[in-house]
Design a protein around this ligand. Structure first.
Ligand SMILES: [Ca+2]
Length: 235
């Protein structure tokens, strides 16, 4: 049976080392049993930092088509050279996600990843409560994709050794999202492009936190909030 894993990859590939962050990625291992097929051909999705001339960098999902391999995103390294570059899965704190049908879950997350790319999100490695900008980074992407298959990355055991910022930010898509704060572990919603509707929840998570500007950020990429419903239940 195929498996989906969430992994922490060596941060040396990224500028994030300064913050001591883990960089997370999702992988899809098509093997009939875990590890039967070399990781070279495993599919992967990860949030990446896309520099822009004359503007803030964008946050995007690499591998959003769902069929991009680990070899492809690592300079087409294969076999031992790939292991030397990113280690074997065990060295990446690889954790198999508990989903019923991995193929369906991967397709669901891939579709959402393409939506994230359409959202044109700006990349913010870290912002504290003292700014009006969210923390919106590669971990936010992973966290938002995992929620689509019913998994809260915030409730998973520690990813690697570094502190991961950004898991508490839920990013929407380029479409007209109807967003309810997924779980109590999320503190920030970023809707991206589109006319998004934000809903309060029965649990009062979003609604109660919305009164504190210090803990909730609503970022709709400069667009006005077309509808902001504080009802207990989504209409
Ligand atoms: Ca949107």
């Amino acid at each position: 049976m195929s498996t989906i894993r969430v992994e922490a990859v060596p941060i040396s590939r990224f500028f994030l080392g300064f913050f001591g962050l883990d960089h997370l990625q999702l992988t899809f291992d098509p093997s009939p049993y875990p590890g039967a097929i070399p990781q070279d051909t495993w599919y992967t999705m990860e949030g990446v930092f896309v520099p822009r001339t004359g503007g803030l960098p964008k946050l995007a999902v690499q591998g959003a088509n769902g069929i991009t391999t680990l070899a492809q995103v690592n300079g087409n390294l294969r076999g031992d050279p790939l292991v030397q570059a990113i280690g074997p899965p065990g060295s990446r704190y690889s954790t198999i996600l508990p989903v019923d049908i991995p193929e369906l879950a991967w397709a669901t997350m891939s579709a959402y990843a393409r939506g994230i790319n359409a959202g044109q999100f700006e990349y913010y490695a870290f912002n504290g409560d003292y700014t009006n900008f969210p923390t919106q980074n590669s971990s936010s992407v992973i966290s938002s994709m995992m929620i689509q298959v019913g998994l809260d990355a915030n409730s998973f055991p520690s990813f690697g050794k570094g502190v991961t910022f950004g898991l508490q930010t839920y990013v929407g898509t380029g479409g007209d999202d109807r967003i309810t704060m997924p779980t109590i572990n999320f503190s920030t919603v970023s809707g991206g492009n589109g006319n998004d509707v934000l809903f309060g929840t029965d649990a009062g998570v979003f609604r109660s936190k919305n009164y504190s500007a210090a803990t909730v950020t609503i970022n709709l990429s400069g667009r006005p909030v077309s509808t902001f419903i504080m009802a207990a239940t989504p209409a």
